[in-house]
Ligand binder design. Structure first.
Ligand code: NAP
Length: 247
C-alpha cells in the first residue's frame, strides 16, 4: 500500500499500522521523516510510488485530485481519504480503478479510530482484504455514499470537538485550583471511561446523565449552567457550518 501525502492523516494511519511505510509528499520532507520513523521508503515521485504499490491511498488535499491522478494513471486500486470528494469525482480522475472512499479519524493512530467506508467497482476479495487492513486501525463502518459525508461530520471532526471540550473542562477545574497535570489526566480518563460506558449502555445518554445528576445536587446545577451558556445550540451551529461547506 502506498500513501500519497504524509500529513496528519497519512501519519496517523501509518503510525496505527506501525509497519514500514511507502509514502510521498509535495516537498516538505514529511514523507522521508515518516519513513525514517517507521522504516520504509519515500520515493521521489508519485509515479515511482505507484509502480511499487498494489493499492494507492490518496492522503493529499482534495484540491490536488486531478494533478495527482495525472501522475499515477493506470493504478488499479485507489483508496481515497479525501474529505467531501465523491465517487463521481474520483471516477472522473481514475476511470478504470477499483475505488474505496475511507474516512478515518485521527484516533487511528492509537488503533481506536472510526473508518467510515464505501466502495465502488472493487473486487470482493480485495475489498475484504482492504477492510481487514483498515480494521487494524479501528472500527470500519460501511455506509452508502450519501451518508458518508454526514458521518464524517461527526466522527472525522469529533476528535477536534472533544479536544476543545477536554480543554474547557480542564481549564474550568484549573481556575478553581486543580493542578493542570492532574486536571488533564482526570479529563482524559473520564472521557475514555464515559465512552466505554456509553457503548456498554448502547448509547443511552439519558440514563448515564441521570445516574450522576441526582435531584437538587451539584451536577444538575452544572448542567443547567451549560444549557444556559448554549452548549447544545453551539453543536447545532457547528453542524450547520459544516453543512454549508459540503459539496
Ligand atoms: N486530518 C483529519 O482529521 C482528516 C480526517 C479525514 C480525512 N482527512 C483527509 O485527509 C487528507 C489529508 O489531510 P491532512 O490533514 O493529512 O492534510 P495535510 O496535513 O495538509 O497533509 C497533506 C499531505 O499531502 C501532501 N501533498 C500535497 N500535494 C501533493 C502531491 N502533489 N503529491 C504528493 N503529496 C502531496 C502534502 O505534502 P507536504 O508535506 O509536502 O506539504 C502533505 O504531506 C485531506 O484530503 C482530508 O480531507 C483528514
Amino acid at each position: 500500500m502506498g500513501l500519497i501525502g504524509a500529513g496528519n492523516m497519512a501519519r496517523a494511519m501509518a503510525r496505527g499500522w506501525g509497519e514500514p511505510v511507502l509514502c510521498t509528499d509535495h516537498g516538505s520532507g514529511r514523507a522521508a521523516a515518516l519513513a525514517a520513523e517507521l522504516g520504509g521508503e519515500a520515493p521521489a515521485s508519485n509515479a515511482e510510488l505507484a509502480e511499487s504499490a498494489d493499492v494507492v491511498v490518496l492522503c493529499h488535499k482534495p484540491a490536488q485530485l486531478e494533478q495527482v491522478a495525472r501522475e499515477i494513471q493506470g493504478v488499479s486500486t485507489v483508496v481515497s481519504v479525501l474529505g467531501g470528494v465523491s465517487f463521481s469525482a474520483l471516477r472522473a480522475a481514475y476511470p478504470s480503478a477499483g475505488l474505496v472512499r475511507a474516512m478515518p479519524n485521527t484516533p487511528v493512530e492509537v488503533r481506536q479510530g472510526v473508518i467510515c467506508w464505501a466502495q465502488d467497482e472493487l473486487d470482493a476479495d480485495l475489498a475484504a482484504a482492504l477492510r481487514d487492513r483498515f480494521r487494524v486501525l479501528g472500527a470500519v463502518i460501511e455506509l452508502p455514499e450519501p451518508l458518508l459525508d454526514l458521518a464524517t461530520g461527526l466522527s472525522g471532526v469529533g476528535p477536534a470537538y472533544l479536544a476543545v471540550v477536554a480543554e474547557a473542562m480542564s481549564d474550568s477545574a484549573i481556575k478553581h485550583g486543580l493542578p493542570p497535570a492532574l486536571a488533564t489526566e482526570l479529563v482524559s480518563l473520564t472521557l475514555a471511561g464515559t465512552a466505554a460506558l456509553l457503548r456498554a449502555r448502547e448509547g443511552d445518554t439519558l440514563a448515564i446523565r441521570r445516574e450522576v445528576a441526582s435531584p437538587g445536587g451539584v451536577t444538575v446545577r452544572g448542567l443547567a449552567a451549560l444549557e444556559r451558556a448554549g452548549l447544545r445550540a453551539a453543536f447545532l451551529d457547528a453542524a450547520d457550518a459544516l453543512a454549508s461547506h459540503r459539496p
